[in-house]
Design a protein around this ligand. Structure first.
Ligand code: PGA
Length: 259
């Protein structure tokens, strides 16, 4: 199966609008030249309209870091799928920081994924076990449940929508810690846990076409180790996506591995 790798930068709560413009201006020409990789930037909501203008016709996609599932109404502080869709093609859903600090669950992730799919966004759905769960040998069980519940009810009769989903495997113990998973371990979870769980939901054909990114302390120095693995289809990059040279180098490494 020929899956085009997708490298997404998750800027988290970093960069003012002015700083976001500056970062994009620094990387845009280098990024746009890199072939055979889907490139995505996910800045804070408030910078999205400004970057939308800068990124027009660049081949670099824009993503939000979250959305709320309702269409509109009295939900102070929330952003609707339609508001995201006005500017973005992608949306990160269920990041572990949202699960840890903002009470998101597999059930709320499921509502958000459904809303994103319904409106035509490409969800980047984050899964991954905590350190405790990893050390207790619970990785497979936890990740399988996150996929099974998080992606339940996405209509397999409309294969186009399920194929669009991107999964990001991000072991919580590897996020922002500088302690990345090994390529081999991530490849195992992708190939032996996530893809079979996707196959149970959508059938093997669709499961084989869904991209599974690795995330958690990806840097320019370890990126190739991940991209060399057959089940790793790109990366969700946090800290290193704020450093222009690092992010460009990671994207180039993905291009080299493009199969
Ligand atoms: P990190 O974050 O690359 O800084 O570890 C990854 C993420 O949280 O998506």
């Amino acid at each position: 199966m020929n899956r085009i790798p997708v490298v997404a930068g998750n800027w988290k709560m970093n960069k003012t609008v002015a700083e976001a413009r500056e970062l994009v201006s620094t990387i845009i020409s280098k990024l746009r030249e890199i072939p055979n990789v889907e490139k995505v930037l996910c800045p804070p909501f408030i910078a999205i309209p400004a970057l939308y203008e800068l990124l027009e016709n660049s081949g670099i996609g824009l993503g939000a870091q979250n959305l709320y599932w309702e269409e509109k109404g009295a939900f102070t502080g929330e952003i609707s799928p339609g508001m995201v869709k006005e500017f973005c093609k992608y949306v990160i859903i269920g990041h572990s920081e949202r699960r840890t600090y903002f009470g998101e669950t597999d059930e709320s992730v499921n509502r958000k994924v459904s809303a994103a799919i319904k409106i035509g966004l490409t969800p980047i759905v984050c899964v991954g076990e905590t350190l405790d769960q990893y050390e207790s040998g619970l990785t497979s069980e936890v990740v399988r449940r996150q996929i099974k519940v998080g992606l339940a009810g996405i209509d397999p009769v409309d294969p186009a929508s399920a194929r669009r989903i991107i999964v990001a495997y991000e072991p919580v113990w590897a996020i922002g810690t500088g302690k990345a998973s090994s390529g081999e371990n991530a490849n195992h979870v992708h190939g032996q846990v996530i893809r079979p769980a996707l196959s149970d939901l959508f059938g093997d054909d669709i499961a084989q076409s869904i991209r599974i990114q690795y995330g958690g302390s990806v840097t320019a120095s370890n990126a190739s180790e991940f991209f060399a693995q057959p089940e790793i289809d790109g990366a969700l990059v946090g800290g290193a996506s704020l450093k222009p040279d690092e992010f460009v180098a990671i994207t180039k490494a993905a291009a080299k591995s493009s199969r």
